[in-house]
Design a protein around this ligand. Structure first.
Ligand SMILES: Cc1ncc(COP(=O)(O)O)c(C=O)c1O
Length: 370
């Protein structure tokens, strides 16, 4: 059956399949060129289908945040990192209950998490690898003091069947335009170098040093000691990623297809994509633009404000005057949130809708016991 985008109900997220393939290949080629292990974070796509593609193109495994993401990805992946503190017995037990065929590693930063995970691992009778998470500047999670991180790694070593596998950090504080990241990357390099030396002195050899993000993707090799990287957003990219130069505008693979529903108020056009389609996500790391998304091919035309089901396109920067009923494609500020708001994604080439896939790992994957 052949279908065109004109026949899709809007708003709907559509992925340009050629751009997606290009994005996957480019990161895989970068990993090969710099001898880095690519372990993409699946929080952006939440789909086993894309996860399989990442693995087929050379990813060594996948990164997840939630137990449900790990459960869903275990259908296609036998090497999963959960880069989120495994705090709480229920969360730890759920991770330990992943299929035995999965090599499971978990990043954590507290003794409480170590103890809970060790209990869950023992009860499930399975080995679980641990990365000790360091705070190297983001100040979100991660142990800030190296000696404390070493003590935590030693606590892991003392709690079989947990095994100390390495160090993790997330450079989420580096959001400058790609050409202006050198100061923060040098700081990161120095901080990581000091940590690695201290671990070495303590007789702890991390077999993996896991970092990486999409804003720093192409500079990952500049941080000495990193062995694996975990970009997520790069599969689809978004307005923020393009604005900081971590991708070209032509690399934005996911857009929200929307319909102009009103042009009654001069100077603007209203589309049927509001906060429930685009999310109310700010632009981060750039002061180049505000608004909540921009029109594909016309990055100056932005969604200047939104209600739940209305997005207001600001036409003051353009002579383009869309008419009621016209379709537009919006590049969202932050693509991960858009994916999370949807059950299904359409895959397109030009105007031809070739395929679709579910956002299978969306939500928490549990039912309440009452
Ligand atoms: C721990 C961790 N690793 C990797 C990523 C992927 O980063 P990005 O979305 O910039 O590619 C994230 C993103 O939130 C993260 O929290």
């Amino acid at each position: 059956m052949s279908l065109t985008t004109a026949e899709l109900e809007t708003p709907v997220p559509v992925v340009d399949l050629d751009r997606l393939a290009r994005n996957l290949d480019r990161a895989a080629a970068y990993a090969t060129a710099h001898q880095l292990a690519l372990r993409p974070h699946i929080k952006t796509h939440k789909s086993p289908r894309i996860g399989s593609e990442q693995l087929r193109r050379g990813a060594i495994g996948l990164t997840c945040a939630t137990p449900f993401e790990a459960e869903v990805m275990s259908e296609v992946c036998d090497d999963i990192l959960v880069a989120y503190p495994p705090v709480g017995g229920l969360r730890a037990a759920r991770l330990a209950a992943l299929p035995e065929t999965v090599r499971l590693t978990v990043a954590l930063d507290s003794l409480a998490a170590v103890e809970t995970l060790a209990i869950a691992a023992r009860e499930a009778d399975r080995a679980i690898g641990v990365y000790v998470e360091l705070d190297l500047g983001m100040h979100r999670v991660g142990v800030p003091v190296i000696d404390d991180a070493i003590a935590l790694a030693q606590a892991v070593c003392a709690r079989s069947p947990l095994t100390f596998e390495g160090i993790a950090f997330y450079p989420g504080h580096v959001r400058e335009p790609v050409g202006q990241q050198s100061v923060k990357l040098e700081e990161l390099d120095a901080a990581l170098g000091a940590a690695l030396q201290a671990f070495e002195r303590a007789g702890l050899r991390p077999s993996a040093v896991s970092g990486g993000s999409t804003p720093t993707l192409w500079n990952t090799h500049e941080v000495t000691g990193v062995t694996e990287f975990r970009p997520g957003t790069y599969v689809y990219n978004d307005r923020t990623t393009a604005a900081i130069g971590a991708c070209e505008w032509d690399d934005c693979a996911l857009t929200v297809l929307a319909t102009v529903v009103s042009t009654a108020v001069p100077g603007q056009a209203v589309i049927d994509a509001g906060t429930k389609a685009l999310g109310r996500e700010p632009m981060r790391g750039t002061d180049s633009a505000d608004g909540f998304g921009c029109v594909l091919g016309q990055p100056d035309v932005v969604v200047k404000s939104m209600s739940e089901e209305h997005g207001i396109l600001d036409l003051s920067t353009t002579s383009w005057r869309p008419v009621v009923g016209e379709r537009v494609r919006v590049i969202p500020n932050h693509v991960c949130i858009v994916v999370h708001l949807n059950d299904v994604i359409a895959g397109v080439r030009g105007d031809a809708v070739e395929t679709s896939w579910p956002v299978s790992a969306r939500g928490r994957g549990y039912t309440l016991p009452v």
